[in-house]
Ligand binder design. Structure first.
Ligand SMILES: [Zn+2]
Ligand SMILES: [Zn+2]
Length: 385
């Protein structure tokens, strides 16, 4: 679908760009703003939320987008954030003061700046406790005026992420015209109903959620990075409290839900294949729902769910193919149904190896020569999230 965007380039130059997809958009922007191919660029909204390929799909006509060179983006971003944090913390936190000073004496690098920000964000900050727009108007700058509390904004943010996973799945499953009663449409309907019931997991980001198991932060709003998909803990000191300041809220948008079993490379292709096979009516939809939308909460694992989402700092987000796949024995509900060949007991090879898969997309510049990972079963396309 071709859409029109208002684009503001590096030297505040403004122009219109019409594009059908992310690739075309990037290509046209490079041309308009004279950006060389090897120069990494970043696309953001006006609140500096990064727009990637996936996010790009759901943007509406006329959205204003900003293009920056990746290196400028980082520098400007960190300095801006540092400036607004430093003042508030230095005179009230002697220990923090020392830490800040020791960092500043080292050669400046964005890694330390990031660490610094997180340490500061974890520490008390005047406005953390404030909830309403009247008491902390700065925090709400640039947001839709309908939001009156920080909690409402954060709930909306969690919900938006869930909706984007749903939209992505819907886009993939309903790509061709299907009859109203098709397994694909039923699956989407199932996900929608379940999401509706769970309020689109909005409570994940809501510090006021009563049950601790419903939210991923503490009651102050501090989130802790859950570590790379294949590690039990975060090896760094990644904390953030998006309730603390506008800057922290914006930085929090770079924290991602990482699907341990990957959405694009594993979950969606497996689901797609299962729904178009002979056993489409017995696909284990609750399993796929958990993989797509449910947090991998250790205490929930005890309840035998298949939660699959980890909230991670950008440094702990592994973008290379993950070595986790859908469990073949969970894809269908009736494992002893033999319509589709031998039962799993006789069949030692996992089901997915017999399923035909789409070819990898031709790559975009960033990952041009990426090698196919050995877990080729899960490979679908280049997707940076
Ligand atoms: Zn981390
Ligand atoms: Zn990921």
């Amino acid at each position: 679908m071709t859409r029109h965007f208002v684009v503001i380039g590096p030297a505040q130059r403004k122009c219109g760009v019409v594009a059908a997809n992310y690739r075309e958009f990037l290509k046209k922007c490079r041309k308009k703003f004279n950006l060389k191919k090897h120069e990494a660029i970043i696309v953001t909204l006006d609140d500096r939320t990064e727009v990637d390929k996936e996010y790009f799909r759901v943007l509406v006509n006329g959205t204003e987008l900003f293009i920056s060179k990746a290196k400028d983006f980082e520098t400007v971003d960190y300095i801006h954030q540092l400036a607004s944090f430093l003042h508030a913390c230095l005179d009230r936190q002697p220990q923090l003061h020392n830490k800040v000073m020791s960092y500043l004496q080292e050669p400046v690098s964005s890694k330390h700046a990031a660490t610094l920000l997180e340490v500061i964000a974890k520490n008390t900050y005047d406005s953390i406790a404030q909830t309403s727009k009247d008491n902390d108007p700065e925090w709400f700058k640039g947001l839709d005026t309908r939001f009156k509390t920080k909690e409402a904004v954060m709930r909306n943010s969690a919900e938006t992420r869930m909706r984007s996973y749903l939209q992505h799945t819907e886009g993939e499953l309903l790509a061709k015209n299907l009859p109203p009663d098709s397994p694909q449409k039923n699956a989407i309907l199932f996900f929608k109903e379940k999401l509706h019931k769970s309020k689109y997991n909005a409570s994940y980001f809501d510090r006021s959620a009563v049950l601790e198991t419903e939210r991923l932060c503490d009651s102050q709003g501090t989130f802790e990075c859950e570590g790379p998909y294949n590690q039990p803990k975060c090896p760094g000191i990644h904390y953030i409290n998006p309730y603390a300041s506008r800057e922290a809220r914006i930085v929090f948008s770079t924290w991602n839900f990482d699907h341990v079993i990957e959405k694009s490379r594993s979950i969606i292709p497996e689901l797609k294949a299962a729904l178009s096979g002979q056993r489409a009516s017995s696909v284990n939809l609750p399993y796929f729902y958990d993989l797509l939308f449910l947090h991998k909460n250790p205490s929930r694992a005890a309840l035998k769910t298949n939660g699959n989402l980890k909230l991670v700092h950008i440094a702990c987000h592994v973008k290379k193919p993950h070595e986790c796949k859908c469990k073949s024995e969970k894809i269908f509900l009736d494992q002893h149904n033999e319509k589709d060949g031998p039962s799993p007991q006789q069949d030692t090879k996992p089901k997915q190896q017999r399923v035909k898969r789409p070819q990898p997309n031709s790559c975009t510049s960033q990952e041009g020569s990426k090698k196919l990972h050995r877990s080729i079963d899960c490979w679908v396309q280049n997707d940076y999230r």
